[in-house]
Design a binder for this molecule. Sequence first.
Ligand code: NDP
Length: 286
Amino acid sequence: ATKGQIIKGKPVADQISETLIKEVNELVKEGINPKLAILRVGANGSDLAYERGALKRCESTGIQTQVVELPEDVTQEEYVKTLKGLNEDTNINGILCFRPLPKQLDEEAIKYIIAPEKDVDSFSPINSAKVMEGDKTGFPPCTPTAVVEILKHYNVALSGSKVAVLGRSMVVGKPAAMLLLNENATVTICHSRTKDLAKVTSEADVLVAAVGRAKMVKEDFVKEGAVVIDVGINVDEEGKLCGDVDTDAVLDKVSMITPVPAGVGSVTTSILAKHVVKACKLQNNK
Ligand code: NDP
């Protein structure tokens, strides 16, 4: 068998950036400056790592940024006041709230407070609903959107294809399935209760793995010639970053596979930036 092709995220991210730079330039010429606000509680490592990537991406495309850090023990009242302030600030077009929120905060209440038109990473139920409806004016979550962008960039046929999504979280699996359905794929959603998991996933032309289990997807999970998108970010026995797919084990069988790191993760911040520009244009009736 021929070895599968490792498809990286960077070319996809670069292409999105190139378009964004032009769009931002046009807006700036008209005196409009797209701006993202990041609302973070405390300073955990994964939030900070994502924030660094997001700030770098915004900077390189001309999008302005503002980071608001609240203390770990912030009260509901204080958090809500800060979020409402960002909602009302007309200089800010997009808001990213890091989640999960600490226990003392009521996430179920807060998700209704973020302004849907500024909610660039699908925190608001309005944006979740728009994903269901296939309403393109909304903001689907960045990671599953990155999955679809990668598939399109590498000319993977989706219409009519069998796609299996492994995982059903609100952040990745479920919206990924909806976005792929909107691309006319025939989608099967698998999860921890799925029987004969490997049999189900091995029937798919495209497999999206978002389970959070290091190297769980083995050779028997994939169809010969399948395209595999590995969303997982895990740490293996040796302490190295790895995906949900055992890449070495499936490489000879698949046609294309995204690496971890340098795969889906590297496209996510470009989608975030793209959403900020989209939000800015919509807010300015463009
Ligand atoms: P969750 O833990 O919220 O969801 C995991 C899903 O996988 C659940 O639906 C669960 O099923 C299913 N699952 C877990 N174990 C098994 C199993 N043994 N067999 C079948 N299904 C299983 O994770 P997330 O969706 O938030 O994230 C998934 C992965 O993606 C993680 O590794 C995370 O780090 C990564 N990630 C990557 C991002 C990126 O930018 N690249 C961004 C966000 C996440 P059930 O519902 O039945 O419990």
